[in-house]
Design a binder for this molecule. Structure first.
Ligand code: G3P
Ligand code: MG
Length: 245
């Protein structure tokens, strides 16, 4: 990684631009770039045979035309699936990308990336290690980069093995100790669900020296209020609407 960054773009495309193109696909990242988005979030997990793929759900079916757990599918089997047809005819044939392919495309598009490490249960450390290895080998971008995760073992692994990359502490419910945990993991940001990210929590995040990012905000009026409250970055499915703010 290059020099340490302390800021992220205000608008971060969720799973690419999830309301506008199939999530977590190269077409989705290209869509985000075409809108002028400067950073995208994606979800990384392992196939049965240990390939790091970009996919949100633990199971197939919603965004790829297979069934059963991703963790039990080989990379070859995942690769044969259609990850775009569910979204629209124009995206039929879109594939589940590897993390390496996604990072390459995102860097070439001039964007930064938030790689959410989203392991299947029991594979937390292995997933983080493989994600880190891919990032080290593949990320050549100039834009901001962070690993984020809801899973403490993933962030611990990232801190231990990739301390030169920034980390984001994901929290859905701001459970007891959220800020202390984020600090202990030397995170650059707390990435919290917007429903619980109050003005006071944003101020506490800043007082601890961390940035405040939030997901998944799709209403411009809510985004405006969060930004007025000091929020540093909004992760959104509708970056077109948010960039217009
Ligand atoms: O990283 C923010 C957000 O993506 C976390 O939730 O379920 O959309 O991955 P989820
Ligand atoms: Mg995510």
């Amino acid at each position: 990684m290059g020099s340490k960054r302390v800021t992220y773009p205000k608008i971060i495309g969720h799973r690419g631009a999830a309301a506008l193109a199939p999530e977590n696909t190269l077409a989705g990242f290209a869509k985000a770039a075409s809108l002028g988005v400067k950073m995208v979030e994606l979800d990384a997990k392992l196939s049965a045979d240990g390939e790091v793929v970009v996919h949100h759900d633990d199971t197939l079916g919603r965004t790829a035309n297979g069934q059963g757990p991703v963790a039990q599918a080989s990379f070859a089997a995942l690769r044969a699936l259609d990850a775009g047809g569910w979204f629209g005819e124009a995206y039929k044939g879109e594939r589940i990308p590897t993390l390496a392919e996604a990072l390459d495309a995102i860097a070439k598009a001039g964007m930064g990336v938030n790689v959410e490490i989203k392991p299947c249960a029991g594979r937390e450390v292995e997933t983080a290690e493989k994600v880190i290895a891919v990032a080290r080998a593949q990320w050549k971008g100039d834009g901001p980069f962070q690993f984020s995760s809801f899973k403490r073992p993933c962030l611990e692994t990232a801190l231990a093995q990739a301390p030169d990359y920034e980390r984001g502490y994901l929290t859905d419910n701001f459970a007891e100790g959220w800020l202390e945990n984020a600090q202990a993991l030397k995170c650059a940001s707390v990435n919290g669900n917007f429903r619980g990210y109050t003005r006071e929590r944003i101020a506490a995040t800043h007082a601890a020296g961390l940035l405040a990012l939030t997901y998944t905000v799709n209403e411009p009026a809510i985004a405006r209020q969060l930004l007025a409250n000091g929020m540093d970055g909004i992760i959104t499915d509708v970056p077109d609407r948010m960039l217009a703010l």
